[in-house]
Design a protein around this ligand. Sequence first.
Ligand code: AMP
Length: 183
Amino acid sequence: MKIVLIGIQGSGKSTQGNLLAEKLKVPYLSTGHIFREIAKEHTPMGRYIKEIMNSGYLIPDEKTLEIVSDYLSRPEYQKGYILDGFPRTKVQAESFKNGIDAVLYIKVLDEEAIRRLSLRRDNREDEAPRALKKRIESFHKFTIPVLEYYKEKGKLHEINGERTIEEIHRDICGILGVASNGQ
Ligand code: AMP
């Protein structure tokens, strides 16, 4: 099964993505995680990615598409995957022809996401208030059109993310027609 997870930072999508990957026995791939790893490298590319991320902007589509298609061409992704954080722009969605089965949008209000992130202890540089504001703006500007794109294709499922981890997981499993954990 090929699943795309979409949600603002703080929506809990990585928690849900990992639970689902375990359930479906497919790999979980987060573009945010990939970019954070590249940003640690002391190379021109590492510094470039770090600067963009810390300012709260998106990595250019061309670079993102190149990295994602490189990962997804590997053997372990052939049976399926959970993709977190991609596609994030309409250009990425239109260029990505990989036969996605479902797009899950975990919806939380901006204020709730900000509240959750302010409670996190591992303060990340890209979660500083100004970068966070920019990221939320980027989400509305670039990612809402991605939701519309998949809605037109009949693949979009909207999930209320302001509930417990278990409730959300159960809801997602119901949508995908698989038994949820612990049942
Ligand atoms: P995330 O952890 O998914 O919130 O991603 C962290 C950061 O990585 C984002 O703020 C972007 O700078 C970058 N990023 C992640 N995924 C993408 C993407 N699909 N397109 C462009 N930039 C991305």
